[in-house]
Design a protein around this ligand. Sequence first.
Ligand code: ADP
Ligand code: SF4
Length: 694
Amino acid sequence: MSRDPRYDLLFEPLQLGPVVAKNRFYQVPHCNGGGYRDPSAAAAMRNIKAEGGWGVVFTEQVEMHHTSEITPFIELRLWDDNDIPMLARMADAIHEHDALAGIELTYPGVNAPNFYTREVPMAPTALPVRTFSNDPVQAKEMTLRDIENFRQWHRLAARRAKMAGFDVICLYGAHGFGVIQHFLSTVTNQRSDAYGGSLKNRSRLFRELVSDTKEEVGDTCAITVRLSLEETSVSGQLGFSNQELRELIDLHSDLPDAWDLAQGAWEDCSVTSRFAESGSQQSLVSGIRDLTSKPVIGVGRFTSPDMMVSQIKSGALDFIGCARPSIADPWLPRKVDEGRVEDIRECIGCNICITGDMTSSPSRCTQNPTFMEEWRRDWHPERIENKKSDSTVLVVGAGPAGLEAAMSLGRRGYEVTLAEKTNEVGGRINLESQLPGLSAWRRVRDYREYQINQLPSVSTFLESELDASQVLEFGFHHVVLATGSSWRRDGVARYHVTPIVSDNSVPVFTPDDLMNDRLPDGHRVVIYDDDHYYMGSVLAELLAGKGYQVVLITPSAYVAEWTLNTLEQTSIHNRLVNSGVDIQLNRAVASVKSGLVEHTCTYSGRSLEAEADALLIVASRESNRSLWDSLNAQQAQFEPAGIKSVSIIGDADAPAPIAWAVYAGHRYARELESATHDDGQLPFKRELVELAVI
Ligand code: ADP
Ligand code: SF4
């Protein structure tokens, strides 16, 4: 198939300083949790994006000098010549498919605790470091001499970036992470010298750095700058406004080779679909392009080529910046080019990818299970090994795990039967995507359902709840159970590892009840959240929206604590407060007696009682393993029935977020009829540190 002419605009080349981008698909810098620890894995991941047609492919942030680093987060480094080969590997990997290789140079300044190097952090103004964990370290104010030194270090870093082979050098001043933003913002810059005060003064360093970098390497490299569209402080008095950004661009309109516009702090830019639609930065971007003759790059979790075209046609953007959409589908541009728009695996805006960076582990993606496994396991998002035999496979359960397994097995050419108990595929997605703010999660089901329908070797049977005797009777060669999980009613999770004591005087509900429209009578609901991800907060929002009086009790110091890793926690707390939910932190439900819910302080044990018409327990989930257990009880029948293997995957194996289930389905499909690794061999490659000669 060929490209729809509607999208031709996206494939028009564009000058970027001294280089030319072959199209308008611009993979903006994004973290991956691998960085300097997993450089070959990160290079392979970028290589596949270049292969997938992105015209420009960037690194994550690269700490450009050892006096500023953000341990424990793992990004890239360019501290001396020894770092060049690692970065050159990345640039080469990107060049292999004719994309421009971009590097984002960062001096994190007031964002850098320097735990690794033990250098004293430096910032425009002396303030405590601004990190996720409020580290007890302060940055000192940069003297004019420090600024002069820093400019020299920056020149050196630019030269090294060029030596590593990069075509585009981006100076990072967005998300609260780069020193340029720290100088621009009156939150972090309260200087009274030539670098503080007026916008002209606050932008002095920006001007100097761009000019220095151009002078050093601008003959062959494009020099871009990444700025936030606005930065607002809690008080609203300080920061860097959208109006000031416009003035800055007006003042220096043609200084950088492109303006790359991100937004606010990271959580404002990488906002989840629960809190913002695609293209939510539209009003902040619009009109900026008229202030400059240089290209404007912008982001907005764009996954639709129509929306991308309209961004360019309307004059808002020249390049379509994508981080998450390029993770969910590294081949997005190529699919548009080949007239396969319906094959795009759209990002669902869940921010599981970001949790990799936040936990210093290789990032996962809910939609793309091959992300960061390209090198480690040799998984390509669009290619999979052909089947090893003519074996048939039965997949039981069509949730994310079963759907991914059936689709990927079908792509390998296996004859697959997918049996689902209910009258639709999707499993937990069907229920959860009905909850407030989670409708984009439907894409996990929709993408796989559509792909499976294109695969002649996969047959789906709905309303087919299978028991062990049927499975044995059918005689498939391989059977994989993806039968999911159910929320526990007894409160067992982290705080309570045995059931909560109850006299049953308050009716207990689970998320499954609510998602299946079984709502409490009465109006006072206590929610007990010992799960700590999104579910408790989403159900609080749901119930408050229906007029219930909601008290949310959690043993954690935060509502939805794990969403600190998806950058949603602040928005969640804010939304619940505004919905009238009474939030009780550091408390655990202790018992239910005589119509009262007793809850205690997790520190002192002091207890209080709440009157409630219902208790909603969001604790842990139990795997649905009855079919697994009854099959295993009849193992002797496997061979006579022609069954070679029976496996269990996803939530049925061990409950976890959706990304884990998709991954389990994919891994099962990849590894069917391959080595089992039961011999203890490592199932993936690692990059090991080369020991120094001592
Ligand atoms: P996961 O996240 O692991 O994919 P889900 O709970 O989303 O798990 O999906 C499990 C699916 O399995 C559900 O759609 C459920 O209806 C289906 N299922 C459970 N038991 C059976 C069974 N015995 N036969 C067929 N389908 C089943
Ligand atoms: Fe999008 Fe979620 Fe994948 Fe991140 S993890 S790219 S937000 S689908």
